[in-house]
Design a protein around this ligand. Sequence first.
Ligand SMILES: Nc1nc2c(ncn2[C@@H]2O[C@H](COP(=O)(O)OP(=O)(O)OP(=O)(O)O)[C@@H](O)[C@H]2O)c(=O)[nH]1
Length: 349
Amino acid sequence: MLQQKIPATVITGFLGAGKTTMIRNLLQNANGKRIALIINEFGDLGVDGDVLKGCGAETCSEDDIIELTNGCICCTVADDFIPTMSKLLERENRPDHIVIETSGLALPQPLVAAFNWPEIKTQVTVDGVITVVDSAAVAAGRFADDHDRVDALRVEDDNLDHESPLEELFEDQLTAADLIVLNKTDLIDAAGLKIVRDEVASRIARKPAMIEARNGDVAAAVLLGLGIGTEDDIANRKSHHELEHENGEEHDHDEFHSFVVEFGPVADPAGFIERLKGVIGEHDVLRVKGFADVPGKPMRLLIQAVGSRIDQYFERAWGPGETRGTRLVVIGLHDMDEQAVRAAIAAAV
Ligand SMILES: Nc1nc2c(ncn2[C@@H]2O[C@H](COP(=O)(O)OP(=O)(O)OP(=O)(O)O)[C@@H](O)[C@H]2O)c(=O)[nH]1
């Protein structure tokens, strides 16, 4: 008997838009559907996987959460993604649905195109691509505000054929979408939301549905079961890179840079967060996430910075064999001064 294809939902969106938060919600209201999750992160700390493993949803056990940390999924399709999918499909206990969280810097197009590879196409179909948008960041002009800077760089470097890397990625992720989730609407008012809707609509020729959300709280029935089969249409949703390099030049992430800072205990977390905010603002850091060791506290402190907005909460107890320590991933544009940021964070502790 021919097995039914397993639907796979691709969740994309820029750094910190709320992908992991939405997936966490999804796992907790998946109505008994068994979900396998493939998570890809930029920066190799595996924070998202940790956050999701800790969510305790019965519909997705730790075995069902697979982390791909060898770089952005769009660049490691052949080496990483296809073998992972093949292994998943060989399992006796196949999932009802596969959810893939791309890194915030990934282009969804090569990933979706991989579903046309023969070994995958017969068994899985892309249920839909969902693009999560940080509405507050869009309203603040985050993806459109550095035209001057890019123009200045272009004067310095004739080879620069890109628009702003943030803007380009934002458009590429929207271009791939079957459904757009305008997240973080709690941070803006009605006028801001109108700006976001107009801005998003102006970036894409197709008109996928747009829904609004807070903390990624969207019913599973809305996210899963779109039934689009996006792999058949992905050639019509080309990224800037594909349009510019039809000759097959490799795509890379040279526009962005990430590193991990590690240090000891943070005795004054409130003060540290405040000072970290300053460092982020001064050096235009895009994203910081990781865990801190707060002396006297049995739990580790999760730190999540998106631009200079920082969330923090005690996430889970340090394990018995686990070495306490503070480890943060820092992500910025390629010209971020790593040594200066390292020194500034060290001074902020
Ligand atoms: N105020 C507010 N914060 C949110 C909302 N959704 C997510 N966040 C916060 O935004 C931060 C980033 O959320 P994540 O879900 O980790 O974002 P992500 O897209 O998975 O991030 P990357 O994997 O780094 O690309 C976290 O601190 C979340 O708690 C929202 O609707 N409103």
